[in-house]
Write a protein that binds this ligand. Structure first.
Ligand code: MRU
Length: 371
């Protein structure tokens, strides 16, 4: 997608050095656009844990490239030593963040492909590179496709409003910054905008890390999509006054039964949408499905992050990015990063294969090979 008119993905190999992976360090956005080099798997693990990169799809793609860097630097004394080092590095990556299922999925996909290829170590390293690229390319393509499916929803609402702007409410950043390109929740919006459908996005600021205010607002602005940043608690009021036509969020892990794990606060938006008869869609590429667990509230692991993210707030002051204390210094804070929206509150899931009910039957009708 575009940054000052230039096309970027969120992760790529350095043009003149395939031993270096480059990312946009999202901690500095929207005020500074910083590209970071990643050379070792430890740097990749830190980049995921400390959220230089974040969002389900991008965490998966970064883990894919992390496994490629792990393979590049693994001992080459024997296949056993090489594979053992890869397994340890895979575990290290998986341990960085618990909720987005794409992370483990990407590591397991890499490990299986590298183990299956056989041959000498150089062939295995080449396989790791190919799989990393494939994961990234697939992520971008699947998001592009789900954007086209989601566009139909916005188009229909637009027709019903006689072409008046369609008001979409979204939470957190499930935009192209959370994936390799296009985004999940934002992909239908970008597709609609490109097709000349008038659309406006209510952007929840998304405390405590403000992914909405900092990232979603920035990327929508870069694409000229009309949007308004709102405090997290405004959505219900807007819905009661007819100012929201549809809610579209992303997800970090959606169970094949339809329960949705997403950024903290999503559940409350879904409740408000239900109470106001407003459709609530969740957009995801299939890499974000959890095909094992059945009960989201009981089984989706919810990351708890450092309390300082709640107690402090970051912004631009005098040209510098600074953090300031928001709470009384002594007050303890709790930082639950995700919540679960039960399937019964979800109108539908927008995937690269089409739109389905948020239910086991609905999901398996699109992915029959998972029966
Ligand atoms: O903690 P983050 O920023 O990695 O959280 C992920 C998110 O941005 C959201 O939960 C998003 O809606 C789903 S990720 C595509």
């Amino acid at each position: 997608m575009n940054v000052d008119g230039k096309h970027y993905r969120t992760i790529w190999l350095k043009e003149d050095d395939a031993n270096i992976v480059q990312i946009i360090d999202q901690r500095h956005l929207p005020h500074q656009f910083v590209i970071e080099d990643l050379i070792t798997v430890n740097e990749v693990a830190a980049a995921i844990k400390e959220m230089h990169v974040r969002g389900a799809g991008l965490i998966g793609a970064t883990a894919g490239f992390g496994m490629y860097l792990a393979a590049l630097h693994a001992p080459q004394t024997s296949t056993e030593a090489f594979m053992a080092a890869l397994a340890a590095d895979g575990d290290k990556l998986i341990a960085t963040r618990p909720t987005a299922v794409n992370l483990e999925w990407a590591v397991k996909r890499q490990t299986a492909a590298i183990a299956a290829v056989g041959g000498d170590i150089w062939v295995r390293i080449q396989t790791a590179l190919e799989v990393a690229q494939t994961i990234a390319d697939e992520d971008a393509e699947f998001c592009r496709r789900l954007g086209e499916h989601g566009r139909a929803i916005i188009e229909e609402i637009s027709r019903g409003k006689g072409g008046e702007p369609v008001n979409v409410l979204t939470h957190c950043n499930a935009g192209w910054l959370a994936f390799v390109d296009y985004g999940s929740a934002t992909a239908p919006v970008y597709a609609a905008h490109e097709h000349g459908i008038a659309v406006h996005v209510w952007v929840d600021e998304t405390r405590p890390r403000n992914q909405g205010a900092r990232l979603t607002a920035w990327e929508l602005g870069q694409h000229g999509v009309p949007h308004t940043v709102i405090a997290d608690n405004v959505g219900g009021h807007l819905m009661q006054h007819g100012l929201v036509d549809v809610v579209i969020t992303g997800t970090d892990r959606t169970l094949y039964t339809g329960d949705v794990g997403n950024k903290i606060g999503t559940y409350l938006k879904a409740l408000a949408a239900k109470d106001n008869d407003i459709p609530f869609y969740v957009a995801l590429p299939s890499s974000t499905f959890d095909w094992e667990n059945r009960d989201g509230v009981k089984e989706i692991p919810i990351e708890q992050r450092d309390a300082t993210e709640v107690k402090y707030i970051q912004g631009l002051h005098g040209g510098e990015i600074v953090k300031v204390l928001l709470t009384p210094e002594e007050s303890p804070a709790a930082n639950y990063a995700f919540d679960v929206t039960p399937a019964r509150l979800v109108t539908g899931l927008i995937t690269e294969r089409g739109i389905c009910d948020a239910s086991e039957e609905g999901v398996l009708s699109l992915y029959p090979e998972k029966q």
